[in-house]
Design a protein around this ligand. Structure first.
Ligand code: ATR
Length: 284
């Protein structure tokens, strides 16, 4: 990518940002579309409102936002998409008059990834493992996609309870049922789609949030939001029962694609996403 006087600048703000795959992803998309843009990771350790204001004044066209700024950034935006607002988390800033508008493409990415793996949410029973930021997004997405029931399991019950209250209030239903992780056996349904949304396994690939065979016997299909290692322990446990399991790399891909599409008001062809996925796979 040749940097010229007209090159458009995009970026990522977070802490840390050093291990991100996003520059590779966005440069590949820009190349496929013959757009002259650069995507730069910016480490923001201190004053987030000043960083957002400075980015706008410097003419930065769009930004991704990652941990730990996804929640706090809402206070620095001129508009927030309704679902991102309800969720309280923004990962994409789109430049508009006077500032940035915020969106959450993590949940768009999860929805697209599940759809592509042939996993339907509407009318299904879903079990989400973990009630941190990732579990919260998954719960909002599943309720929004008209799941029949969503069990949100967490080691700390109160966190699952708080998310369930918020999602149910937003949806005007009782679709999300919070559960203590160890109470998984009380789930009434004989089978369910399982989404692994905890951080267990990230630092130690031999660890998994639940080991118990009885849990996996009822899993129809498993989706792990973690993508490193490529085959997680959760996936192995699902597969040991003869069922399919997927990792979170497609979620990462599609959150990036969705951000790029929002920034450029375009639609990325499926074959571009497929070849980009292969490229990302080689990087992890
Ligand atoms: P993220 O934003 O990536 O979801 P997070 O907010 O730190 O990260 O949440 C991590 C999730 O992993 C939480 O659901 C956490 O459970 P608690 O709320 O009880 O802390 C879960 N988690 C992390 N380590 C765990 C462990 N050893 N056993 C069970 N759950 C664990």
């Amino acid at each position: 990518m040749e940097v010229k006087g007209t090159t458009q600048v995009y970026g990522l703000i977070g802490n840390p940002v050093s291990h991100t795959l996003s520059p590779m992803l966005h440069h590949a998309l820009a190349e496929s579309e013959e757009r002259n843009m650069v995507y730069v990771p910016f480490l923001v350790e201190g004053n987030l409102p000043d960083a957002v204001k400075g980015a706008y004044e410097l003419g930065i066209q769009g930004m991704n936002v990652t941990v730990p700024h996804k929640n706090q950034v809402l206070d620095s935006l001129v508009e927030v998409d309704h679902l991102a607002k309800a969720l309280g988390a923004v990962n994409t800033l789109v430049r508009v008059t006077g500032g940035y508008a915020g969106y959450n493409t993590d949940i768009i990415g999860l929805r697209r990834a599940l759809l592509e793996e042939g996993i339907t949410i509407a009318g299904e029973t879903i079990v989400i493992l973990g009630a941190g930021g990732a579990g919260r997004g998954a719960a909002f997405m599943c309720a929004n996609e008209k799941a029949k029931k969503v069990y949100l399991l967490n080691r700390t019950y109160e966190k699952a309870e708080e998310i369930a209250k918020q999602v149910n209030l937003y949806n005007g239903s009782e679709v999300v049922v919070p559960l203590q992780l160890s109470s998984y056996a009380t789930i009434e349904e004989s089978s369910y789609i399982a989404i692994q949304a905890s951080s267990v396994g990230l630092s130690n690939p031999e660890q998994v949030i639940l080991e118990e065979e009885e849990f996996y016997e009822r899993v129809q299909v498993g989706y792990d939001m973690v993508y490193k290692p490529f085959e997680t322990k959760f996936m192995k446990l699902v597969e040991s029962k003869g069922k399919k399991a997927y990792n979170g790399l497609k979620m990462l891909l599609y959150q990036g694609v969705a951000s790029y599409e929002l920034w450029n008001s375009c639609v990325i062809p499926e074959e571009v996403s497929t070849s980009l996925y292969d490229k990302m796979k080689m990087q992890i």
